[in-house]
Design a binder for this molecule. Sequence first.
Ligand code: ZN
Ligand code: ZN
Length: 163
Amino acid sequence: MAQLAVDVTGRWHDGDVSDPAELLRSSGFRATPQRQMVLQVLREAGDRHLTADDVWRAVNQHYPSFNRSTTYRVLELFSAMGLVQQTRLGDGVAHFEAVDHPDRHHHLVCVRCGTVQNVPADVLREISVRLAERHSFHIGSVDLMIQGECAACRRAASVTRRA
Ligand SMILES: [Zn+2]
Ligand SMILES: [Zn+2]
């Protein structure tokens, strides 16, 4: 069975992100409360897709000195460490998600209305295992965005066509 760690990039660590504070320290960074809160905010985002500004606003409520550029730097650091993943949703804005987000998923993006539907990450499990085996490839992260038309837009389009 091919080794599979779909949820993490594994760049600086071996897939264990259970203790980000420890991970930060072992990588030579201070685990400040602000940095930990950035992760917390992303983990608790649920179905929402947060931009750097969303993260900044949430952390700033508790730490007023935490400014925008610090937010960007922390998100960049976390991306490099494989704690956070940037996700494309087709709108040109970077969205951020924690790699250990409890509801790991991929995205179906409607090109008409921009609605984003989450698809559980495990739908890709089988194909990931097959790709890993066929190419002897250790899969780090998978970021899948599928663009198309959502059900509501397709219904609306078919009504227009009939009228
Ligand atoms: Zn998402
Ligand atoms: Zn739509």
